[in-house]
Design a protein around this ligand. Structure first.
Ligand SMILES: N[C@@H](CCC(=O)N[C@@H](CS)C(=O)NCC(=O)O)C(=O)O
Length: 243
């Protein structure tokens, strides 16, 4: 089983993390409504706001929509958003919507997760969406901070996970995790004293390696301690850990 297996069973729903708790189910022809305007309730609230408030750009909160499905990589993005306190609107898609031209405007390949920024910009690839969320949180204040974080996000997505997936967790574990073990011997988190987007990317794929391939990390005490710290976090439990 992969973590994408549950995709088939979900319909099309929205829920807002942080900003509001309103959830709605869209029925007939959802793709256009969903991707262009969000839920009816959200649009009604938005037109009420427009009618009663001065249209000052800074006053309008920017809430990106993240399209996906429970039990998929979408939950890595949701975990990060919770950790960094970035409000996002989580929208669960079904396969019909994923194949629609409207969704292809957000994600050209029709995969999940996809993200539509409040200004309409489409962002795809979970790693790119994570870096966007990290930027929205103001957690990557310099090009150097962004580069250092992007290195781990790209390593997790393009090196670590493909190595685990193609070998079903039987690759050269020392080559893969030895350097991570050394870094975690010097600091609690990959980029210092605080959890960052780097830890969410790496921690999620280590967890998936354990879940899907019974990957054993007991030879790496620092990595094991790090994963225990990750698994104790509420945001992790509500997202990747609960999926
Ligand atoms: N590298 C992409 C992978 C995207 C991907 O393959 N997503 C899966 C779900 S986890 C998907 O959309 N599967 C449905 C399909 O392939 O039709 C990312 O990290 O966003």
């Amino acid at each position: 089983m992969t973590w994408c297996a549950r995709l088939e069973v979900f319909g099309t729903t929205t829920r807002t993390m942080h900003a509001t708790t309103a959830a709605s189910r869209l029925r007939a022809s959802p793709a256009r409504l969903l991707l262009l305007g969000g839920s009816r309730a959200a649009r009604r609230a938005s037109s009420r706001r427009a009618a009663t408030s001065t249209p000052v750009r800074a006053a309008a909160p920017s809430v990106p929509s993240v399209y996906g499905s429970p039990g998929s990589r979408t939950q890595i993005v949701e975990w990060l958003a919770l950790e960094l306190d970035v409000p996002i609107k989580s929208v669960t898609l079904n396969r019909a919507v994923m194949a629609s031209p409207e969704y292809r405007a957000v994600h050209p390949f029709g995969k999940i997760p996809g993200c539509k920024a409040e200004d309409g910009t489409g962002i795809f690839e979970s790693g790119a969406i994570m870096l966007y969320v990290a930027d929205l949180a103001g957690s990557l204040p310099t090009p150097e901070a962004r580069g250092a974080a992007a290195a781990w996000v790209i390593w997790a997505n393009a090196t670590m996970w493909p190595a685990l997936e193609t070998s079903r967790g039987k690759c050269d574990m020392q080559g893969l995790f030895g350097p991570v073990e050394d870094i975690l011997g010097r600091s609690d988190w990959l980029l210092g004293d605080e959890l960052s987007v780097a830890d969410v990317a790496v921690g999620a794929y280590v967890k998936y390696g354990q879940l899907f391939f019974r990957m054993d990390i007991s030879k790496f005490p620092n990595l094991s301690k790090y994963m225990a710290a990750i698994e104790s976090r509420d945001a992790f439990k509500k997202t990747v850990g609960g999926g």
